[in-house]
Design a protein around this ligand. Sequence first.
Ligand SMILES: *[C@@H]1O[C@H](CO)[C@@H](O)[C@H](O)[C@H]1NC(C)=O
Ligand SMILES: *[C@@H]1O[C@H](CO)[C@@H](O)[C@H](O)[C@H]1NC(C)=O
Length: 482
Amino acid sequence: MNIAHGNVSRILVFGSMWIILASLWVIYWPSQVSFRPVVRYFPKPFGDVADPFVPPPGVAATRDPIFPTTRRFRGPITRPKNKISGVIQRPHGFPEDYGQDKPGNAGAGSNIFPAIAKAAGRIKEKISFGESISEDEKRRPWRYPVKVDRTQLGTEKATLLMLARNDDLYAVRESMRRLEDRFNHKFRYPWTFMNDEPFTEEFIAITTGIASGKTEYVRVPKEHWGFPSWVNQTHAKLQMKKMADEHIIYGGSLSYRHMCRFFSGFFFRQPVMQQYEWYWRVEPGVNFYCDQHYDPFRWLRENGKSYGFTVTLHDFRETIASLWETTERFFYENPEYVDPNNMRGFVIENTTRNGEPYVDYNTCHFWTNFEIGKVSLWTSEKYLRYFDYLDKTGNFFYERWGDAPVHSVALTHMWDKKEIHFFNDIGYEHSPFRRCPQAHEHGNAGRCLCPLDMSLVDNNGFSCFEQWKKTFGDNYEVDLTW
Ligand SMILES: *[C@@H]1O[C@H](CO)[C@@H](O)[C@H](O)[C@H]1NC(C)=O
Ligand SMILES: *[C@@H]1O[C@H](CO)[C@@H](O)[C@H](O)[C@H]1NC(C)=O
């Protein structure tokens, strides 16, 4: 009886303990389970423009307890209409002015996603504390950044070069992720970042996290990003105000002018560039539509080229009012710099001035936000003299000379046209223009995926593609063997 009584109370005590534990678990459980089937990534009409961390409108994002840099979507998933329009959609939840040239907007991944900043801290930790793998990492590798072997595989002394502000971080990540996926993970060329301000630790950690090769961060010195002594700043400001009033694109922007002057005359003077023969200029927020299955640096070198472009456009005449006159004067004074096999024909047009025939600049230029070139083009004596000649006029500030027409006019006069290469096989987007390879074997049937409604800049009036074909005839595109 006593024994039986003891058993009953033991059963009661243990039984109720289990019931209490079970009910605590039932209360606790839902907060721990992520209902993963509700996470969906919808196809975006223009590739991976939108950030997958951003939930659709009207759906609250909650922090994922397992991996805080991803978010799970709770609540109803409304499938957005797959709108096909000519406009690139702003990622959900981004400010109206996303992507516009204003400080403090847009790209700022960190402001929008504190979780990314946290992850950056972790990546930084990994980068600085090396290779020891913790028990937790072995158990849950998905919580940790991938171990990166940054040994370069490409054969050339080359770098991917990006001028960026800390605020551009989101757009920088877009460009890097895409170029790494399409190209660089196969070659692991190093990235070089330049900025007139110090890069934040967060910027460094996150960009290094995306890069497959090593990364370097350069602060541009003040003398390369400011008014030179001979420029009358009062006059420059008046001119800027005037151009802004006339709604000339970037007419009122001083930083845009510094940027143009920097790419015209100074990026190649940064000591970091001395270790490289080649650079590929990359801008924040660009897209590449095609798998890049060969090394363009190596191809250019082996084929005796010095410069490659993929988009060529007309410029806004108002921004370069006196560039041509200045250039003509320079070559009149220094005829020895003009290459006998130049491609001046690509940049001139026959007009009249004061009733007289006049050879003017047709404003065609290589769109330099994409360029793959030899550093030595710009460190050559002839180019440096040309740049100085232009710079002394102050018209990088009084007007708004772009680095694209400056590079292009120099290239088309001072180099053999055989050294300049049109990368027809590269599909590229830099808002507002995009292009896809023209020849069908490179295009949608092959290794490219271009938007369905793609309007090609090559086919519209902005483009100088027709001019290029005219200049080179049937040989406008080098026949690559596939
Ligand atoms: C600078 O420009 C202003 C405005 O155009 C002009 O009034 C002034 O005389 C200029 N200064 C010099 C030193 O040329
Ligand atoms: C401009 O005129 C010259 C002389 O008439 C001619 O040789 C040249 O082909 C013309 N160039 C263009 C771009 O029309």
